[in-house]
Ligand binder design. Structure first.
Ligand SMILES: CC(C)(COP(=O)(O)OP(=O)(O)OC[C@H]1O[C@@H](n2cnc3c(N)ncnc32)[C@H](O)[C@@H]1OP(=O)(O)O)[C@@H](O)C(=O)NCCC(=O)NCCS
Length: 145
C-alpha cells in the first residue's frame, strides 16, 4: 500500500515548530509577531513548517524547515507559496526572508534588496549567533507579491 502524502494545514504548535527548526539547523527563534503558520504533517508528526511574521508594514517569512528525509519533494516550495498567498491576502505588497538558504529563495523569485527599498529585517540579529558566517551565510531577500 502506498504511504500517505504529508498533509498541509494551519498550525499554532510553536513548540513543535521550534523543535523542527532547531533540528533542521536553524537557530532557536522566538516566533514573536507571528500572524499565521502552516505545517506539513506525516500522520501526527510535524515534518515541515513556515510562519508569517508581521511587524508594522514589514511582512517576513520565518521558521521555514522541512525534515531531512522529506526534502527535495517540493514541500518547502509549497510552504513558501502558501505563506506568500496568505501575506498577499492580508495586504502585503512584498515578503521578506532572512534567508539562510539564499539559493533556494532565489529560485523562487526572491532578490536582494536594492538601495532605496523599504527597510526589512536586518542581519544585526544574527551577529550574536554562533552559526553566523560559520555554518550560515544568510542574505536579506525580498519578493514583490
Ligand atoms: C530549505 C528547505 C526548507 C527546502 O525544503 P525542500 O522541501 O527540500 O524544498 P523543495 O523540495 O521545495 O525544493 C525546491 C527547489 O529548491 C532546491 N533546493 C532545496 N533546498 C535547497 C538549498 N538549501 N539550497 C539551494 N537549493 C535548494 C531543490 O533542489 C528544488 O529545486 P528543483 O525544483 O529544481 O528540484 C530545506 O532544505 C530545509 O529545511 N533546510 C534546512 C533549514 C533551512 O535552511 N531553512 C531555510 C531558512 S531561511
Amino acid at each position: 500500500m502506498k504511504a500517505q502524502e504529508p498533509v498541509m494545514r494551519p498550525t499554532e504548535d510553536y513548540a513543535a515548530m521550534k523543535k523542527l527548526a532547531v533540528e533542521s539547523g536553524l537557530e532557536e527563534g522566538t516566533l514573536i509577531h507571528i500572524i499565521s503558520s502552516f505545517g506539513f504533517y506525516d500522520g501526527s508528526e510535524l515534518i515541515g513548517c513556515a510562519a508569517l511574521r508581521q511587524e508594522k508594514e514589514v511582512y517576513s517569512l520565518e521558521c521555514l524547515a522541512v525534515r531531512e528525509r522529506f526534502r527535495y519533494q517540493g514541500l518547502g516550495s509549497r510552504l513558501v507559496a502558501t505563506i506568500e498567498k496568505d501575506a498577499k491576502a492580508r495586504g502585503a505588497k512584498r515578503l521578506w526572508a532572512l534567508a539562510r538558504a539564499p539559493n533556494f529563495f532565489k529560485r523562487m523569485g526572491y532578490r536582494g534588496a536594492g538601495n532605496g527599498q523599504e527597510a526589512g529585517p536586518s542581519l544585526t540579529s544574527c551577529a550574536n549567533c554562533p552559526q553566523f558566517r560559520r555554518d550560515c551565510s544568510p542574505e536579506v531577500l525580498l519578493k514583490d507579491l
